[in-house]
Design a protein around this ligand. Structure first.
Ligand code: ACO
Length: 329
């Protein structure tokens, strides 16, 4: 079974409530109908009900909740809570009241206050416009300092990862992580391997050096991140620094990192920076024709996920199922 079908089956088994702030947008409405029909999540679309129905063009919206942030009776509570959370950062009561009429902020406040289990947005908002309120309001999980992201990859060559399934991280959020952030990325990626793919993570901290074969500040950073990650989670199967071939190919792993439980068998790849991660997942997606699902936020206290502005309704369905599985975890 394809990994996305396993994720959909998992989402169906324990229904979560997901909010779509871009409820007046056509792909979101089409996706909502598919999600309702497939029984993947309970949904709230944010927007003016008249506009949502116009966009639906006659499609049946039964059982899909539509909430208008501009007239909602939760507005006062959300504004007061937002003001409380952000007043130390200079937000005024008037600004908070204004912000919660914006569906993005309203949706984030629903998740923050437990009125929804997760949020999916980004078909019309930029990555930054979606991420910033999520980072400012939802914040990172207890024990984690850094929110980052991963891609769930499904390769045609089933000899890699766990039956072709791998986690690549961070491919979408932190441009130049320091060692502590990189350690947080590794632990977030390990969580993603468990919650999304049901895999026991074997995490490779990637570099252009294996076990001291090269000397450079960038290598030292990955070595330090490996040490911090071991301290944060001594039980986690994690090793570094490893070159990509040492991480993935058994013979190379045995040669370059003898005795390592991860080398040659990694299913979770942690890239040293966003340039490597973003280019790395796209190389595998394009040249190896792999399926790439993401970016999926990890290390965040409650699940919120971004969409590409070029996404299809089916992409939104997949992202909602992924978000629902994260909410279960
Ligand atoms: N983890 C936790 N909190 C964070 C993080 C993080 N990684 N980054 C920022 N924050 C918090 C800050 O602490 C701050 O909180 P505060 O206001 O309570 O003090 C708040 O978020 C805003 O921080 P800023 O530094 O002002 O955030 P910034 O404006 O730099 O935006 C963003 C953060 C949007 C994530 C930025 O880092 C970014 O643009 N990253 C790259 C995204 C990108 O372009 N990715 C590639 C495309 S995606 C793709 O191709 C798959």
């Amino acid at each position: 079974m394809a990994i996305i079908d396993k994720i959909k089956a998992k989402a169906k088994a324990d229904l979560k409530h997901i909010v779509l702030p871009e409820g007046e947008e056509v792909r979101n409405v089409q996706a909502a109908v598919m999600i309702r029909d497939q029984g993947l999540a309970k949904l709230t679309l944010l927007g003016d009900p008249a506009k949502v129905k116009e966009v639906a063009a006659g499609a049946d919206l039964t059982d899909i909740e539509i909430v208008n942030p501009a007239t909602s009776d939760k507005q006062a509570l959300y504004a007061a809570t937002l003001y409380d959370l952000r007043k130390a950062k200079g937000m005024t009561e008037e600004e908070a009241a204004q912000k919660v009429t914006d569906p993005m902020y309203y949706g984030i406040m629903m998740v923050k206050l437990g009125d929804a289990d997760g949020l999916v947005s980004g078909a019309i908002h930029s990555t930054g416009d979606m991420l910033r309120p999520a980072l400012q309001i939802i914040k990172s999980k207890p024990g984690m300092k850094t929110v980052s992201s991963c891609f769930l990859m499904e390769l045609k060559d089933k000899s890699f990862g766990d039956d072709g399934v791998m986690i690549f991280s961070d491919c979408g959020v932190i441009p130049d992580p320091d060692a502590e952030q990189l350690a947080n990325i590794a632990l977030g990626a390990a969580d993603s391997a468990r919650s999304l793919a049901g895999m026991e993570p074997r995490v490779a901290m990637l570099s252009f050096s294996t076990k001291g074969s090269a000397k450079h500040d960038d290598v030292t950073k990955v070595q330090e991140a490996t040490r911090i990650a071991h301290e944060m989670d001594p039980e986690l199967e994690l090793d570094g620094e490893l070159q990509l071939d040492a991480a993935l190919v058994e013979k190379v792993g045995q040669l370059k990192a003898p005795g390592s439980k991860v080398a040659g068998h990694a299913n979770t790849l942690v890239f040293p920076d966003l340039g490597a991660g973003n280019i790395g997942y796209k190389l595998v997606q394009r040249l190896a024709h792999a399926e790439a699902y993401g970016p999926i936020l990890q290390g965040i206290a409650k699940p919120c996920n971004d969409l590409s502005r070029g996404c299809s309704a089916e992409d939104i369905v997949a992202t909602v199922a992924i978000t629902a599985c994260q909410a279960q975890a």
